[in-house]
Design a protein around this ligand. Sequence first.
Ligand code: HEM
Length: 127
Amino acid sequence: NPSLTPYEVIGEQRLSELVDSFYDKVRKHPLLKPIFPDDLTETARKQKQFLTQFLGGPPLYTEEHGHPMLRARHLAFPITPKRAHAWLNCMKEAMDEVGLEEEVREYFYNRLILTAQHMINTPDDDE
Ligand code: HEM
């Protein structure tokens, strides 16, 4: 159905599984682990809300937290090009696990690449 939003194509359940699988990888990643809180329950909850609206679903994030202002909210954390790459890789692996259809996966991943690039606020230490 061409009128479905990406959110509807993926579904609430699969989006939730994707985010859980993603933070499971983030938690273990040597470059990401140090900048995230030990308990990722709240982070995952917010990310589910954010990605729901990012993909055309209900504006759950904004209803609870206001305008996302994602770049500003990330300024407290040193987001290097390597960390952006690591973040995207964790997402790619999580996408493999939940099995997204090619078309919605391409669309979603390409938008995440753009957003991740926009979050970079610190050079890599070896630069
Ligand atoms: C929060 C890292 C990219 C969406 C956070 C937090 C960190 C982080 C450390 C704080 C976690 C917490 O205190 O709970 C990164 C890194 C990225 C990245 C290293 C690499 C580029 C992205 C992207 C998105 C995103 C691409 C959206 C597509 C969010 C959201 C939050 C968040 C929604 C919660 C904000 C809030 O506290 O309300 N991120 N992030 N992040 N990130 Fe990222």
